[in-house]
Design a protein around this ligand. Structure first.
Ligand code: B12
Length: 212
């Protein structure tokens, strides 16, 4: 039953069926599948497949954008449900995708799950300069600063952000967490971050552990 709904939704996203995916997503919900299961078993695997097709030259950028549109039609349905947990403010997270990088899907999932788990989240969006992270941190005084990077070429920007805070003498006022597909625990240690989350759920657990 589960596969009978999860798989067609995943395939429809991969096949860019933008007019069908929202209905398929609602069918999954009607069958009492949880929003997080739909996200983890349909939406994210679909983008993994799209990524492989893109890397292998079978999909071009317009195809990826169409699949992302199909994904977004579903995510719009799931997002309020992902955020719908009991609200108990646990802390504030300042979140952004680093300079030069416009990938936002993973960051937005983390944002929704953090909110669903009682964090206040300030979203700086994409392509965020190191100086902007610092300016907004001074302005909003978050507990945690979260950075996302999906390109190997933009990973070094995470180090630039932490270095900038260190030079300003305010590094230890905040906890830095990082994530994105090219990021690893080892890289987090190399650049002096406080933690790495392999996926959004791990990011939430990490954020909770840093608030204790
Ligand atoms: C969708 C997509 C795009 C879309 C982005 C749309 C959008 N609005 O975000 C578009 C088409 C715009 C795009 C553009 C490009 N892309 Co692109 N893209 C992808 C694709 C297919 C999916 C990424 C995605 O959203 N994954 C799903 C999410 C849920 O996963 P995620 O981001 O990894 O996030 C999860 C975790 O990593 C973690 N996480 C993420 N951030 C954070 C942060 C914290 C703090 C924590 C704790 C956790 C965490 O939690 C998330 C949820 O579990 C990937 C391939 C892939 N499979 O990853 C390529 C990919 C990332 N892109 C790639 C490339 C090369 C590009 C372009 C340079 C292509 C080009 N020639 O123009 C441009 C770059 C533009 C730029 N300057 O940023 C490469 C990167 C290679 C590399 N390692 O450097 C990839 C890997 C494709 C490939 N196989 O070659 N892309």
């Amino acid at each position: 039953m589960t596969d009978a709904l999860i798989q067609p939704l995943r395939d429809a996203i991969v096949e860019m069926k933008i007019d069908e995916t929202e209905d398929l997503c609602r069918k999954c919900l009607d069958a009492s599948l949880s929003p997080i299961d739909i996200l983890n078993n349909s939406l994210i695997p679909a983008l993994d497949i799209v990524g492989t097709l893109f890397r292998d030259g079978d999909y071009f950028l317009p195809d990826v954008l169409m699949s992302v549109k199909a994904y977004n039609n579903c995510y719009t349905v799931l997002e309020p449900l992902l955020k719908g947990g009991d609200y108990k403010p646990r802390g504030t997270v300042l979140l952004g995708t680093v300079a030069g990088d416009i990938h936002e899907i993973g960051k937005n999932i983390l944002l929704a799950l953090l909110q669903g788990n009682g964090f206040d989240v300030i979203d700086l969006g994409i392509d965020v300069a190191a100086e902007t992270f610092m300016e907004k941190a001074r302005e909003t005084n978050p507990d945690i600063i979260g950075m996302s990077a999906l390109l190997s070429t933009t990973m070094p920007c995470m180090k630039e952000v932490i270095d900038l805070f260190t030079e300003a003498g305010i590094r230890d006022k905040y906890k830095f967490i990082i994530g994105g597909s090219p990021i690893s625990q080892r890289f987090a240690e190399e650049i002096g971050a406080d933690g790495y989350g392999e996926d959004a759920q791990a990011g939430v657990e990490l954020a909770k552990s840093l608030m204790i």
